[in-house]
Design a protein around this ligand. Structure first.
Ligand SMILES: Cc1cc2nc3c(=O)[nH]c(=O)nc-3n(C[C@H](O)[C@H](O)[C@H](O)COP(=O)(O)OP(=O)(O)OC[C@H]3O[C@@H](n4cnc5c(N)ncnc54)[C@H](O)[C@@H]3O)c2cc1C
Length: 415
């Protein structure tokens, strides 16, 4: 079957790889020159919130393709179809975290297979991620969930405060506040750029065709199915692409297209604060990545051309129009928390701030599965910075498009 994957982000690329493996003829479209550009660090962080375009409009802003009538039509369709789509859309029956645990476990298994086959590099920078709890009650709740999550495939090890300090001596200064920790080896720290580049290589080797520098303008439906995709080629000339099935993997830009077609995509935007702080005392700086569960920070030590640095990230809800400016109080609060957790490790006076917007689904689960249009599928909004879940999402959507049952129990849409 001919399948068009819209978007060459990590989700589009993994979908394409597994679709090709299942025998389809796959074309991936992306406006960027480099597939998986974001994961490969080729897209600079932005300051403002991405405002979804009006329904079906050209998301590059190179000219609206819809007149007022089309917008009105889209609005009406959206209203009616949202109800239908909600009715068929899967609702997680359990704690959404359980679905994520299963998706991550399935993805790790898929990664191992690709590594054994030689497609994915072994990854030499495995440092792991230590989830640090400073609240005894929250750690107790995590301990209580441990047997069940372990059955679901979670591979996190449970650490007492002393074990955590043995693993990461930089935590010694906060020994009195430390309730415990969990540790996972398989973490995004495995180098997302290398991961993404390998996947693109594997796609090309398998015969996936990439149409880069091509912008998706709109998806046109006819008789209840997607009939064609309208694009702009690198010279800005309109062109049309037809296939038997379409996977929408445009990240946040999927929203206007889905809405125009009356497909409900309940997303919200979060602002990620990315604070970079030069390391002042290497002996006090962490070697493994830390997630401060109560402070909601993720701290990674990175080597940059400017030297040894801590990259501290925090995610907060953001509105579309408001909250366009980063909050300086939050920046200060992040610095205070870093100083409290790792006193003397970093030179907070020389910290710098960047922010990035991400779309996450309202239930925090990736949107993977069918829509009310039988030849349109979704793979978007992973809702987590974990790269590794992309493999499970891509493998599952490839099976769903092919009419096969996914190998994973998950809150897939419309199954
Ligand atoms: C808090 C948080 C932090 C995160 N941090 C990062 C990070 O640092 N780096 C990172 O890569 N991911 C990060 N992610 C994950 C990221 O948001 C994505 O989930 C992940 O990169 C893969 O998602 P994707 O493929 O759905 O989307 P994307 O990577 O956004 O890919 C979508 C693709 O569609 C293309 N596209 C969009 N509109 C059009 C159009 N009209 N025509 C043609 N092409 C189009 C884009 O060029 C892009 O390649 C983070 C997520 C969260 C929640």
């Amino acid at each position: 079957m001919r399948v068009v994957v819209l978007g060459a982000g990590l989700l589009g690329v993994t979908s394409a790889y597994y679709l090709q493996q299942l025998g389809h003829e796959v074309t991936v479209v992306d406006r960027h020159a480099t597939p998986a550009a974001k994961a490969r660090g080729r897209v600079a962080p932005q300051g403002g919130a991405p405002t979804p375009q009006c329904s079906g409009a050209d998301s590059t802003g190179t000219g609206s393709t819809l007149g007022r009538w089309a917008k009105l039509r889209a609005g009406m369709r959206r209203h009616v179809s949202r109800l239908v789509d909600r009715a068929i859309g899967a609702r997680p029956q359990r704690d959404p975290r359980e679905h994520l645990v299963r998706l991550a476990a399935y993805s790790r298994k898929s990664a191992r297979v690709l590594r054994e086959e030689g497609g994915l590099p072994q990854g030499s920078r495995v440092g792991g991620l230590l989830n640090v709890f400073t609240c005894a009650e929250a750690f107790g709740a995590r301990l209580a969930r441990a047997p069940h999550w372990s059955e679901l495939g979670c591979e996190e090890q449970l650490f007492s405060a002393d074990d955590a300090i043995r693993m990461e001596p930089a935590l010694l200064a906060m020994r009195a506040k430390l309730a415990g920790a969990t540790y996972s080896v398989e973490d995004p720290a495995r180098d997302p750029a290398q991961f993404a580049a390998s996947l693109v290589f594997m796609c090309r080797a398998a015969g996936v065709r990439f149409l880069t520098k091509h912008t998706v303008v709109s998806l046109k439906d006819r008789d209840g199915r997607i009939d064609r995709v309208e694009l702009l080629d690198p010279a800005g000339q309109p062109m049309t692409l037809r296939a038997q099935a379409y996977v929408l993997a445009l990240g946040a830009s999927s929203v206007p297209h889905a809405e125009y077609l009356g497909v409900d995509m309940p997303l919200r935007f979060v602002r990620e604060y990315i604070v970079t702080i030069p390391v002042k005392d290497a002996s006090r700086a962490p070697r493994v990545a830390l997630r401060d569960v109560q402070g909601k920070l993720r701290i990674t030590r990175i080597e940059t051309p400017e030297g040894d640095q801590l990259r501290v990230t925090a995610t907060v809800r953001a509105g579309l129009e408001e909250d366009r400016e980063p909050d300086s109080d939050r920046f200060d609060a992040i610095l205070r928390r870093v100083e409290k957790l790792l006193p003397g490790a970093a030179d907070t006076a020389r910290a710098s701030l960047a922010t990035e917007m991400h779309a996450v689904s309202t239930n925090r689960l990736p949107m993977i599965g069918k829509t009310r249009l039988p030849n349109l599928f979704l793979n978007t909004a992973p809702g987590t910075p974990s790269w590794i879940t992309a493999l499970g999402a891509g493998k599952s959507i490839a099976r769903i498009v092919s009419g096969l049952r996914p190998e994973l129990q998950f809150a897939f849409r419309s199954l």
